[in-house]
Design a binder for this molecule. Structure first.
Ligand SMILES: C[S@@+](CC[C@H](N)C(=O)[O-])C[C@H]1O[C@@H](n2cnc3c(N)ncnc32)[C@H](O)[C@@H]1O
Length: 286
């Protein structure tokens, strides 16, 4: 494993080539025109190979570690009838100490590779977001907002055992306390009908055809990328899933590096970037 990544550091930010010296480092997918790269591997290893301060924005939707292994959950969100957690091993419950170790490992690297003033956006369920919040603060990130993602058409709580969960939290944080935050405030205000945008983002989840149980809605990635980056910037998603970040990044004229551990999801991402599920059509008003 280590050998494969020998020249990864030199390659990960290079746009024009995926070869270096005598060794070929093969991303799973690379589109030199759209400037989208996908690596199939463990983010905890691969992030270490990225040079300091070269990333303009990170969006991350890390594993939730909140599902009971093997549980079959009923769904009515249009993706499928059920979500078999046995197949989504990355969503299994893990001990708190495991979760802390995991989030420290990748967030430490994320902080190192972010440019000064640049930001990270991390989503999580109520299972995971508390741990992520503590780790971000402990590492010296500056939390700017907790953005509440309100899914208007979230499914009910089928058993009636607790309230219907309709929100998810996304923490928005700057690399550290220093420098001006990279934030397109006025653009976001214009998008919001010339009213200051709130930390409550409400949306209708659209059906999608992807064989991935946790695809983020395109509109959320559009807001994130428009708010925190400019055209030509380099965006990173270390837990790419079905590739929503890369799909939106290329649509909005940004470069993007994605990492995903599951090769089946990598194939899905490749198909998506190649337009097999349709071309990018912007959801936000222009
Ligand atoms: C919540 S999903 C991301 C969904 C994504 N935001 C989307 O829109 O499709 C988390 C993803 O992280 C991947 N993953 C889990 N552990 C990983 C690791 N150590 N390195 C890279 N990817 C990992 C899982 O396979 C899963 O696809």
């Amino acid at each position: 494993m280590r050998n494969i990544y020998k020249h990864f550091e030199t390659l990960i930010c290079a746009e024009e080539s995926t070869t270096y010296g005598e060794e070929r480092i093969e991303p799973f997918f690379y589109d030199p025109f759209k400037k989208i790269k996908l690596y199939n591997g463990d983010a905890l290893e691969l992030l270490k190979k990225i040079p300091d301060k070269c990333i303009d924005l990170i969006f991350a939707d890390p594993p939730y570690f909140g599902n009971q292994s093997g549980l079959i959950i009923k769904r009515n969100d249009g993706h499928a009838n059920t979500f078999d957690t046995q197949k989504a091993k990355w969503a299994y419950s893990k001990s708190l100490s495991y979760q802390f170790e995991f989030h420290y490992a990748w967030l430490k690297e994320a902080q190192r590779i972010l440019k000064d003033g640049s930001t990270i956006w991390v989503t999580g369920t109520y299972h995971s977001i508390g741990v992520i919040n503590v780790v971000l603060q402990d590492l010296g990130f500056k939390i700017l907002n907790d953005i509440i993602l309100h899914k208007r058409n979230a499914p009910p709580n089928f058993k009636g055992s607790c309230f219907r969960a309709v929100t998810e939290t996304m923490l928005w944080a700057k690399k550290n306390n220093y420098g001006k935050t990279k934030f397109n405030y006025w653009q976001m205000k214009r998008l919001n009908g010339n009213t200051q945008m709130k930390n409550l983002w409400e949306y209708w989840a659209e059906k999608n055809p992807f064989r991935h149980p946790a695809t983020k809605q395109q509109i959320i990635l559009e807001y994130v990328i428009l708010a925190g980056s400019n055209e030509g910037d380099l965006i990173l998603d270390p837990f790419a899933g079905s590739g929503t970040t890369g799909f939106v990044a290329q649509g909005l004229g940004r470069k993007c590096i994605m990492i995903e551990i599951d090769p089946n999801y990598c194939q899905l991402i490749k198909d998506r970037i190649e337009g097999k599920y349709g071309e990018f059509r912007r959801k936000t008003k222009t």
